[in-house]
Design a protein around this ligand. Sequence first.
Ligand code: ARG
Length: 495
Amino acid sequence: MRYEGTNLSLSLKRQDMKTKKNKSSVLPHSNFVRGRFKEDISEITAGFTASLDIDKRLVDFDIDGSIAHIHALKKAAIVGEEEGKDIEKALLRIKIEIKNGKLELNKKYEDIHMNVEKRLTELVPESGAKLHTGRSRNDQVSVDFRLYVKSEIRNIAGVLIDLRTELVKIAGHNIKTIIPGYTHFQHAQPVSLAHHILAYYEMFLRDFKRLMNTYKNTDVMTLGSGALAGVDFDIDRRLEADMLGFGSISRNSMDGVSDRDFALEFNFTLAMIALHLSRFCEELIIWNSFEFGFIKLKDEFTTGSSIMPQKKNPDVLELIRGKTGGVISNLLSLFIMMKSLPLTYNRDMQEDKKPVIESSDTVYNSLLIFKEIIKTLKFNKENMRAGLKDDSIYATDIATYLVKKGIPFRKSHEIAGKIVSYAENTGKMLSAMSLEEYKKITGVIAGDIFNIFNPETSVNSKKTTGGTAFKEIKRVLKEYEEEIENDKISLQALR
Ligand code: ARG
């Protein structure tokens, strides 16, 4: 078939599918903002520029922002007391209408902000038309988006605390469970399972702190910036900030409408959380394999194969790992969208919500399901113990033993290497070599060498803070428990 070129209006219509039928071919899009135009916007332009499918997620924040603004307009005597009440009532009604699916949002009004305003002017035509006094969509969008990010941060930070709590619980039950620790994915040294699990606690703690930091940078109220220069009315910005729960108000209207650092920081933190989850999932997938058999996933988190009846696949873990790619690329999209924009608002910035909303949903859902998987994980301690049976894992302990007998570490390292090589060549385990064989390699070795080949001894010989010794793990666990309680309090204190 001959290629005839793409029918642009057709493909745009398809993109339009989710929204309401456009009855006229040319959209009466102009009701609000096209006073200066001779022609109406074309259907294709309307479809292309609309952002409703994405920003409808901001509806509650948009209405809250408008209510705060109405209070400021009342205080500035731009709307009367009664008028203000009517507008507020109508706005609350719109919130419920949208929630109950009673109000049909329409793409021909471009975005959620215009849809709300359109409905408002239907309900209270005269006074509703005053709502946008002293406000631009630029500062409106900024405030809505900040309110959304703040709310997402509170939710995600809450799940992170729950996940950290679970990890501490698991660690508490497994201080004495010993597994091989790996570097280069090769047997390295025995470690406590708790120590391994708590490494992830540290990652999720850092993520929590990052979220709290991002919260501070997001917690700035930008209404009153107008389009870019500020507004000509006496808007009480403090009042608006207090009503909306913002900690501070912006000090530069141009930065106010064009700052998206908070969105970038939030997306970076989401990408970090996804990365940490992904690494954890990767380990659990390996531990869940037949070859390792360290853990067993609960049936409800695994799926069968369409062809191989024996399979129980760790799909949920794989999907969390897989979705991480999308979360990282959303961060990049946002960076790339912003990088060349001159001050102040540019329409490019309408593309800021999709990557943030998408990543936030993905990470929130991933955290939720991951926490459930972790909670129901079964550890196979026998297989973990069996993972330690190649006792070359004690080679470092032999070197340490020699250091304690007065041999410099580099020399000790070399001798321990020779011992491992001897065992390998003779097909013996280190613990099965005789004292004579040891003595042939170096005379300083005595009968106490055989105390080394014990996981508990190896783990508990670690003396440093932050090491894997049982005593040290018990100590940090107390710190973690306290830390979690404090973080719960700080999270609750966020407005
Ligand atoms: N939907 C737009 C956005 O999210 C609204 C802002 C439009 N502002 C403008 N000056 N055209 O960015």
